[in-house]
Design a protein around this ligand. Sequence first.
Ligand code: TYM
Length: 345
Amino acid sequence: MTYPQNRVFSGVQPTGNLHLGNYLGAITRFVDLQQDFECIYCVVDLHAITTWQDPEVLAANTREVTAAFIASGIDPEKHIIFNQSRVTAHAELAWIFNCVARMGWLNRMTQFKEKAGKHRENASVGLFSYPNLMAADILVYRATHVPVGEDQKQHLELTRDIAQKFNSDYAGSIQKNGFEEGYFPLPEPLIQGAATRIMSLRDGSAKMSKSDPSDYSRINLTDDADTIALKVRKARTDPEPLPSEMDGLEGRGEAENLVRIFAALADRQLDDVLAEYGGGQFSGFKQALADLAVTKLGPINDEMKRLCADPGHIDKILSNGAARATEIAAPIMTDVKSIMGLLHD
Ligand code: TYM
């Protein structure tokens, strides 16, 4: 038996402030992949609780991410959208992967170091083993492709290491159970396009992030047109005009970031954008970028508001998605248990 060749899985945390980086680096890619893949998109609430979340806010944020998926163009009928905690197989496989992954592997994770900072001893155990749950998210569906932004690359390498170690630790039993190629696929990260790492609007060397204390550092998907235009106008730049070619952006992080945002929003090549705006002042380019951002994000913002006004409808979508996700995950968990010698019905 072989694994499905074309299954996409990805997730977004419901931790508030969904921003342009999440949209361009991940959600627009999710939308595009619907054409050629069977897609499973998850609101990863179990990942969110690795740091404390207010229960009411967590529930509202879970619905908001769901609304953002749908408003951006993900079809919850053709594909699957659900929240992670509804499908218990994620947590179950994560425990198994806690026993497969090595301490040394997790100790190397830069995101844990960044998030735990100086308070490592005080970080939750969940924050440390977070990447094992991510591996479980993907492999519990034997997904083959994972669209993410650049910041998730290391976690996906770990996912591949876990899949490989499981396949080799249990190679004999995998064969006995009738699987020839190794049970888990080694999922391929899809980190593509102009916007795999969108930077802060205030600092071209820092990633645009949900947790940046300055709201001017990011464009949120919930921002209205005036706020978007204001944030673009206030975005930090340098005194030089825009260059006509990519080489001229070397060492100019803020300028490069705005050009990348423009290219991604307009679905144009970077060279093409510079050919049009190179040589001109930033003010003209910023105005064009603000107009473009408002045109692209305005309708998504409106649709998110409309969807969030009916939480019951969103909950039905999540519940239906979870039932369909469980149907895929349950037999995979049964296989895993058989392979490992865990008795089951
Ligand atoms: P999260 O919720 O931090 O971010 C969701 C997605 O947005 C991408 N992203 C960015 N892309 C470009 N520029 C940025 N500034 C930027 N900021 C965020 C992220 O790379 C991500 O694709 N651990 C994941 C969620 C997760 C997951 C998974 C992803 C849990 N399980 C399984 C893939 C597969 C996270 O915290 O994403």
